[in-house]
Ligand binder design. Structure first.
Ligand code: ZN
Length: 133
């Protein structure tokens, strides 16, 4: 199963929990593990509380770790300018595995599945998922 999302880039945090839940419902599987994957090297897929303050705090932390306006070896090799986005993606990861019971995601009350686009431009992104078990 897969679905697409439109992103703006530049730290675009998108809550994809409802799309994932809809895929689980369509999978016909009552239980198992939902594996959710973002194919890309300038994005991330995580779980977090989807709240404006945390989004700002996480953005500030990642900006300290991999600032946008710094030279990266990647820029010299490829002539592009998204080295910071690649570093943030590598630090955060691009997949989550979550338990499903009775066709319902077993996540915390405030826990959401969030896609983050770090790239420098709007993109159409794809999310791939499978329910195992
Ligand atoms: Zn690049």
């Amino acid at each position: 199963m897969r679905f697409q999302i439109e992103t703006k880039g530049h730290y675009d945090f998108i809550d994809i929990t409802d799309q994932v839940a809809s895929c689980i419902a369509r999978s016909g599987k009552a239980g198992g593990t939902a594996f959710v994957f973002a194919p890309g090297t300038t994005c991330a897929l995580i779980t977090m509380e989807y709240e404006e303050g945390i989004i700002k705090d996480l953005t500030a932390l990642l900006e300290r770790l991999a600032p946008q306006n710094t030279e990266y070896e990647h820029h010299k090799r490829w002539g592009d300018h998204n080295g910071a986005a690649h570093i943030k993606s590598a630090l955060m990861g691009t997949d989550v595995a979550l338990p499903v019971q009775n066709r319902v995601l077993q996540i915390g009350t405030w826990q959401r599945i969030v896609f983050i686009d770090f790239d420098e431009r709007p993109r159409t992104r794809e999310v791939i998922m499978e329910v195992f078990g």
